[in-house]
Design a protein around this ligand. Sequence first.
Ligand code: OSB
Ligand code: MG
Length: 367
Amino acid sequence: MKIDAIHMREVNMPLAFPFETSFGVTTGRRILLIEIEAEGLSAWGECVAGEHPYFSDEMVDTAWHITETELAPRLLNQEISGGRDCPALFEQVRGHRMAKAALENAVWELDALRQGIPLAKLLGGTQATIPCGVSIGIQPTPEKLMEKIETEVAAGYQRIKLKCKPGWDDKIFEMVRKRWPDILLSCDANSAYRLGDAEQIAAWDRFNLLMIEQPLWYDDFYFHATLQKQIQTKICLDECIRNGRDARAALELGSGKIINVKVGRVGGFTEAIAVHDVAQEFGVPVWCGGMLETGIGRAHNIALSSLPNFLLPGDVSASKRYWAQDIIEPEVTVSAKGEITVPTTPGRGFEIQRDRIEAITVRWRSL
Ligand code: OSB
Ligand code: MG
């Protein structure tokens, strides 16, 4: 296929609820969306770079710049066979994986459309439904957190993940476990701890957490191995895994026992599949992380989550937990059993709501 046009847009969407992590509060999203055209078809990609370079070194403005000046020109007018050709096209540009992923994922989506098959199938998906969990941000009060958990457990979500940081940890876990001794519970520190906290973290073993996500430095998986040796609870790696090679090195080192796969963090579906495959080889389960995506990124996460080694509930949840109005139709819904059905129609399996996107677009550029 030849890529005939690439359209960039930034949309601004207020979040239905503020989301607080150890690095700050998000109340609304600025999101770079990509639309590509080829063979008379149109497909979309979502860039998961945040408003600030706090989760990773990328942010929406760097992604915009790199896409416009470096990445889109390398893809435009190229004759390619599919998304797997993108990493080589972008290879000269170091880093900027979230920007690369938005373009590559749009190519995968277009390829699925032109073959008339679901994106999930093109990626190698085998599961018809995916188990869903939720990520619950740091709340203004412990009472508010308890209310949130109550709501999500009642909605059927299969795993509750609590964002944590020093001061919002032991006491909170204690409270939650007292009320819900048996739910599948995990925590995500987003790098808020250091090796000096190992003793404190080891004491969390008593809470029977499914995992502790990225407790130490965002760019480290060496010292995570040191920590993993001192605790029973499994470490799950998020921020530090940039590609399949990192995954292999981390698993050889024993840095963690679970991996969170985020397609944006690793640069696109090709590398996300590579991480999935490495983990599978090590007998390590993966799950699909979330980055407060709109329906476009969410649909892509659903397709990815259908691969066979996605064995734990992911952070892929219903549109209404994030948005008053999503930009796809129908919006993503979760069953009372806490599952999302993987679409079986060609491409992403959800329609783009163009009028809605037009209404919230604040800048655009066509190449
Ligand atoms: O670490 O998983 C993370 C959101 C923004 C940045 C980092 C993370 C998150 C989440 C949100 O946990 C998960 C979701 O989209 O529901
Ligand atoms: Mg995380």
